[in-house]
Unconditional design. Structure first.
Length: 100
């Protein structure tokens, strides 16, 4: 029925092209968003890993100063950031109370 009128056929083809173009733009935007999300996730993971590594080093230094058994990197890096922060604070408190 559409093919009977050249204007209607052209309108139909133009509309179909527009819809395909829009679909392509949406697909490209989704893909870009996924890639950005993955990149941000990697960066956050690296930053958290650096923080954990720094805390682990400080904990090991304080353990050595206090004469405690020094935890391995593996033991410390299996702990959460919250647990490492708490352990570091306990060791700092022990060191400061030892000087009194």
């Amino acid at each position: 029925m559409i093919s009977k009128s050249p204007e209607d056929l052209q309108y139909y083809e133009d509309r179909l092209k527009f819809l395909r173009d829009e679909r392509g733009k949406l697909d490209a935007a989704r893909q870009e968003g996924r890639q950005e999300g993955r990149q941000e996730g990697r960066q956050e993971g690296l930053q958290e890993g650096r923080q954990e590594g720094k805390l682990a080093g400080k904990i090991q230094t304080l353990q050595e100063l206090l004469g405690d058994r020094v935890s391995t990197d593996e033991e410390l890096l299996n702990e959460s950031l919250t647990a490492l922060t708490a352990q570091l604070q306990r060791l700092r408190d022990r060191l400061s109370n030892r000087d009194v």
